[in-house]
Design a protein around this ligand. Structure first.
Ligand code: NAD
Length: 384
């Protein structure tokens, strides 16, 4: 085993060691969150099978860490039921994380059919294939905080609030939630049935995201090109969390579903604490500070004005109480770690695979200091 990975697995017990040696399918492994998840699972000793289209951006997290050389990389479409079924039959995964999606709100206005076909029928295809694959014990479907019917109020949203979505992306995620709960109720509800959960998180930041129309990648692209960062809504408040935060929630949820069964099936919110809800302007200023140079300017929107929902707060009491899951990084750490990743990427002096594993290790160390439930030290230090 590689030195860095070994040092992590030797020193920490993570997620009750559930993933070591397991066959885990990650759909959407060529994307931003999926690459980080596949990397973390690889570090945990899982046999990772990735199923997705080619990376959605260039550059990409997937290529930056050369993930195709570490896991089984399959290029496939979740709209292709036959191929999804073949892959499940061939690899017989035990645990599945479903992240493959068309994830962009603005694109969903231009490509609504693609969005629904991918996000809704993609989920149906996967769950249908799971029905015919006896090896599968756990499925975690990654949807979004946007799956809720956004009533534009100040209260936080709980898992049993009504689903909805104004734009095609948001409503496709509400639909994906309904599909997931229908399959759970109809086909997987027996005590020995497949344990199916869904995970709802919002606005995630971290190194390796180059998607269009997302503030951090937009900001980094401008800084790298020595251009002022152009901000559409500097005073808009958004929730921000580092990508490793929801991933720790997904992995812990998957582990508890594996070890403890149907008690943990259902829907779960994984959001930041409210101190991480800051304005876009503050985010950009913090990024510029860590980057070391740069300026920003307010821009007026050109072209078609699309409906932009008011930001929606997640109530994470369920995950706090039943999973003992909490965010680890404050907003300054989140943005510093994120910006530093990109800075190292563009300096091209370090191997980003090693660097990203160190990011995971630093996050685990910070989590241990806070006594999270999903990590303990194999040396007996800092145990909870
Ligand atoms: N990034 C965020 O802030 C955020 C917030 C809430 C929810 N999410 C959800 O998390 C998941 C991952 O998002 P991301 O930011 O990593 O997106 P991303 O665009 O970086 O990755 C999407 C992945 O899905 C794959 N994909 C797209 N269409 C596909 C298809 N038809 N068949 C197979 N694979 C397909 C892509 O190849 C890629 O691997 C998505 O379900 C998204 O809705 C993301």
């Amino acid at each position: 085993m590689e030195g860095l990975v070994k040092s992590l697995t030797d020193h920490y017990i993570l997620f009750d060691n559930t993933y070591a040696g397991k066959t885990v399918l990650v759909t959407g492994h060529t994307g931003f969150k999926g690459s980080w998840l596949a990397l973390w699972l690889h570090v945990l000793g899982a046999k990772v099978i990735g199923y997705a289209l080619e990376p959605p951006t260039d550059p990409s997290m997937f290529d930056s860490i050369n993930l195709s050389s570490k896991i089984t990389h399959i290029v496939g479409d979740v709209r292709d039921f036959d191929y999804v079924s073949t892959i499940l039959e061939t690899y017989q995964p035990e645990i599945i994380f479903h992240l493959a999606a068309q994830p962009l709100v603005r694109l969903s206005y231009y490509e609504p059919r693609l969005t629904y076909e991918t996000n809704v029928m993609g989920t149906v295809n996967l769950l249908e294939a799971v029905r015919h694959t006896p090896s599968v014990r756990v499925v975690v479907n990654i949807t979004s905080d946007k799956c809720y019917d956004n009533k534009e109020w100040d209260y936080s949203y709980r898992e049993n609030d009504s689903l909805g979505g104004f734009d095609p992306y948001s409503s496709s995620k509400g639909c994906a939630e309904l599909v997931t709960s229908s399959y759970r109720n109809s086909f997987f509800s027996k005590p020995d049935g497949v344990r199916v959960a869904s995970a709802r998180a919002g606005n995630v930041v971290g190194g390796g995201d180059w998607a269009v129309d997302r503030i951090v990648p937009d900001c980094i692209r401008s800084l790298q090109a020595n251009l002022p960062v152009s901000i559409r809504n500097p005073h808009a408040i958004r929730p921000w969390q580092h990508v490793l935060e929801p991933l720790s929630g997904y992995l812990w949820l998957g582990s508890l579903l594996w070890t403890k069964g149907q008690t943990y099936a259902g829907a779960w919110n994984f959001g930041p604490d409210s101190r991480s809800n800051i304005t876009v302007q503050e985010v950009v200023e913090k990024i510029i500070k860590t980057w070391g140079s740069g300026t920003w300017q307010a821009s007026s929107e050109t072209g078609v004005k699309l409906h932009e929902a008011r930001f929606l707060k997640l109530d994470c009491t369920k995950a706090n109480n039943l999973l003992r899951w909490y965010p680890v990084y404050n907003i300054d750490q989140t943005l510093k770690v994120t910006t530093s990743w990109y800075r190292e990427y563009y300096r091209r002096t370090v191997d980003m695979y090693d660097y990203s594993i160190r990011d995971i290790e630093n996050y685990v160390r910070a989590a241990l200091m806070q006594g999270v439930a999903w990590a303990s030290s194999a040396d007996g230090e800092g145990e909870v």
